[in-house]
Write a protein that binds this ligand. Structure first.
Ligand SMILES: [Zn+2]
Length: 133
């Protein structure tokens, strides 16, 4: 007498461990893990300090950030070859843009730049690797 067989479960063997996308190589859109734990404005030293979820830090000088603004006006100035010297500007406003990044306002009155978290992280690595500081 045959008992009825349990139905096969074809999905059980089809799990795909390790297929989860890893952040770091080519982030299309920052996920929650891209949102930093803390953002500190160290005004005395002119640094924006970001602590990321993995415990690493990015320390970004205000003027460095200003020179790397990617708003339409700054992008156009960069395309036209206008070199942007590091002006002695400081941050006067830091506004979160949903969970995507920061809108930074500088002491020269410029406040149109949106800095996505992934961009800030890249800038932090760039600055850390820069020999001139
Ligand atoms: Zn700009």
């Amino acid at each position: 007498m045959n008992a009825q067989r349990a139905p096969r479960s074809p999905d059980a063997a089809q799990r795909n461990p390790g297929a989860a996308e890893k952040p770091g190589s080519d982030p299309v859109f920052p996920g929650p893990e891209s949102v930093p734990r803390t953002v500190l404005d160290r005004r005395a030293s002119g640094l924006l300090v970001i602590e990321w979820q993995d415990g690493s830090f990015s320390a970004l000088p205000h003027a460095w950030l200003r020179a790397r603004c990617r708003c339409a006006a700054c992008a156009q100035a960069a395309r036209s070859g206008a070199a942007r010297p590091l002006a002695p500007v400081s941050l006067t406003g830091i506004r979160p843009v949903a969970d995507q990044g920061l809108n930074l306002v500088f002491s020269d009155g410029h406040g149109r730049g949106i800095y996505p978290w992934t961009y800030l992280r890249t800038l932090g690595e760039e600055y850390a690797a820069s020999p001139n500081h």
